[in-house]
Design a protein. Structure first.
Length: 493
C-alpha cells in the first residue's frame, strides 16, 4: 500500500514527531511511504521527503515570496501534491494522510483537498488540534470542512465532538499517539521539577512560577524550551522571565537548549505540567518512562482517556484555588467577560446575554477561583503577594492541601506508582499498538466510502463553553495586554 503523509512542515515539534514515528513504523511494516511538506526538514532520515513550497504556512510563504494568499492558487497546490507522488512512485497514493488540515495555517489547503478528492484520492484527515477550541486566529469562517472522507482524532473528547457534529463512526478513527520511551542519566542530583515544554501561552507558565514558591528548598522549577522566536507568545514568555528574575524565584529557563534531555530527566524530582489545554497529552505519559512521576494540573478530557487504561495520576489537581478574598470579583468579571466577548467577535459570533450571565453567576457563587482561569496580570498579582506575604501563602496551602506535600516532595517516596504507570504506558501506547490502530484505519479508509460532513456550527458550539474559558489558553495573532512587557517585568503598573 502506498501512503503519503502530509503536513505544513517537519520542523521540530509534537506533530512532526508523530509523523516521523508513523512514517518509520509504516516503512518497517512494508508500506511505501512518502512525506510531503512545505518546508525543508532539518533532517530527512530514511523516509523520502517531497518539498511542495505552497504547502507551507501562509506567513512563511508571504515572507519567502512576498505573495499574499489571495494571489496564490489552491489548484496549483493540489497539482504539486499530485506531482510529488507521481515523481516518487509513478502513481498516486492509496491514502493521503493529512495532519492538522482544519487549522487555517495554510489558506490554500482545504480547497486543494477538495480538488484531490475529485481526482479520486482517499483522504484521512488527522486532527491534533481544532481551531474551534478557543483558537480563532486559525479558524476558517468562510469554508466548510471536507465532506465524505475519513477523519482521525487523538482523544475521545474530539471523537465525541466530531461524531455529534455529523460524522459517522464508520468514518471516524481514534488514533492515540505512540509514546517513545525517554532515556535518562542515572546518579545525577535530583534537584529540579522539570516542565518539559515549549513555553507557549497555553502552557500556563505563571502557574509554574507560583508552584516554585512551594517546592523544597534547594530545588528549582526548570522550563525546557522557549517559544519560537517569531511566535506571538514571545512577549508573554519574556514577561514571565522578567518577573521570575525580579522576584528571585527558583526558576530556570531554556535548559533544553543547554543540556541533553537525558540529563534533564536524570536531574528531575518530578515532571511538572500546568498546561490548560492539550491535544494528546504527551506530558502526562512520557515522564513515567524515564522513572519520573508527573505532578501538576489535571486536564480532565485528556487524563480520562489514560485512566481508562489503568494509568493513575495521584499527584495532579483539578484546580489551583485562590481565595476570593485575594481577588476583586468585579475586576475578575470584567476581564473574563472581555476575553469572552473578544473571542466571540473573533469567530464572528454574537454573544448572547445568558452566556455572560452564566459566567457572572459562576464567579459570584464561588469562595475560591482557579488560578489557571486568571489572565497574566491577575496571576502576577497573586505570585507577588505569595512571594512577599507568609499569611497569604498559608491561606493558599489551606485550600490546596496538595501544596503541603509538594513542600516536602521526594521522588524516592513514589517508586511504586512510577513503576506501575511506566509498565502501563509502555503497554498501551507502544509503537506496535499505534501501528495496529493505523492499519485498521487504513483498511476502512480504502474499503468504506462514507457520506457525511461536519456541522461547523455544532462543532464550534461544543468547544466554546464559557465555563471552560482560560484566558491564557486563547490564541491571538498578537497579545493585546502586553504592550510593554518590561513594565510588568519591572514590577511597576
Amino acid at each position: 500500500m502506498y501512503i503519503a503523509l502530509l503536513h505544513y512542515h517537519l520542523l521540530r515539534g509534537g506533530v512532526s514527531s508523530v509523523i516521523r514515528h508513523q512514517a518509520a513504523l509504516l516503512k518497517k511494516a512494508g508500506y511505501q511511504v512518502l512525506l510531503i511538506t512545505g518546508e525543508s526538514p532539518s533532517e530527512t532520515g530514511e523516509i523520502p521527503v517531497a518539498l511542495v513550497p505552497l504547502l507551507a504556512y501562509d506567513v512563511v510563504r508571504s515572507e519567502r515570496t512576498g505573495a499574499l494568499p489571495s494571489e496564490e492558487n489552491p489548484h496549483t497546490l493540489a497539482q504539486g501534491i499530485l506531482d510529488a507522488m507521481q515523481k516518487q512512485w509513478g502513481r498516486t497514493a492509496d491514502i493521503l494522510h493529512v495532519h492538522n488540515p482544519l487549522l487555517r495555517k495554510n489558506s490554500l489547503l482545504l480547497p486543494a483537498l477538495e480538488d484531490l478528492q475529485k481526482e479520486g484520492l482517499n483522504l484521512l484527515l488527522h486532527n491534533h488540534d481544532f481551531a474551534e477550541d478557543f483558537r480563532p486566529d486559525v479558524y476558517t469562517a468562510d469554508q466548510n470542512y471536507p465532506a465524505n472522507c475519513h477523519y482521525g482524532v487523538i482523544n475521545r473528547r474530539d471523537y465525541s465532538f466530531l461524531h455529534r457534529s455529523g460524522l459517522q463512526k464508520e468514518g471516524l478513527h481514534l488514533l492515540p499517539n505512540a509514546v517513545a520511551p525517554l532515556q535518562w542519566t542515572g546518579e545525577l542530583k535530583r534537584h529540579r521539577f522539570v516542565y518539559p515544554v515549549r513555553a507557549i501561552r497555553r502552557k500556563n507558565l505563571g502557574e509554574a512560577l507560583l508552584l516554585s514558591l512551594f517546592i523544597p528548598q534547594g530545588t528549582t522549577v526548570a522550563v525546557t524550551l522557549p517559544p519560537a522566536p517569531t511566535s506571538p507568545d514571545q512577549p508573554y514568555y519574556q514577561f514571565w522571565k522578567h518577573l521570575a528574575q525580579d522576584l528571585h524565584l527558583p526558576v530556570e529557563f531554556e535548559i533544553g537548549l543547554k543540556e541533553p534531555i537525558q540529563d534533564i530527566m536524570g536531574s528531575a524530582q518530578a515532571a511538572l505540567t500546568t498546561s490548560v489545554k492539550e491535544g494528546f497529552g504527551f506530558s502526562f505519559l512520557e515522564p513515567w518512562t524515564a522513572d519520573v512521576p508527573v505532578i501538576g494540573r489535571r486536564i480532565a478530557y485528556i487524563c480520562t482517556d489514560f485512566e481508562r487504561d489503568g494509568i493513575s495520576f495521584p499527584h495532579l489537581y483539578d484546580s489551583l484555588d485562590i481565595p476570593m478574598a485575594y481577588l476583586s470579583p468585579p475586576l475578575l468579571r470584567k476581564k473574563l467577560e472581555q476575553a469572552l466577548v473578544e473571542t466571540y467577535e473573533a469567530y464572528h459570533l454574537d454573544l448572547e446575554p445568558h452566556t455572560l450571565k452564566t459566567l457572572t453567576d459562576d464567579i459570584f457563587s464561588r469562595e475560591v477561583f482557579d488560578f489557571g482561569k486568571l489572565d497574566e496580570e491577575l496571576q502576577m498579582d497573586i505570585i507577588k503577594m505569595v512571594a512577599s506575604n507568609s499569611i497569604a501563602r498559608q491561606d493558599i496551602i489551606d485550600v490546596n492541601p496538595f501544596l503541603e506535600s509538594l513542600c516536602s516532595w521526594d521522588i524516592s517516596d513514589h517508586d511504586d506508582i512510577v513503576q506501575t504507570n511506566k509498565e502501563l504506558v509502555l503497554l498501551h501506547y507502544s509503537m506496535e499498538h499505534a501501528l495496529n490502530q493505523l492499519q485498521m484505519a487504513y483498511t476502512r479508509v480504502t474499503s468504506l466510502k462514507v457520506q457525511h460532513r461536519v456541522s461547523k456550527t455544532v462543532l464550534l458550539d461544543l468547544f466554546l463553553d464559557p465555563l471552560k474559558l482560560y484566558p491564557v489558553g486563547i490564541s491571538r495573532k498578537s497579545p493585546s495586554n502586553l504592550t510593554q512587557q518590561s513594565k510588568w517585568g519591572a514590577g511597576s503598573r
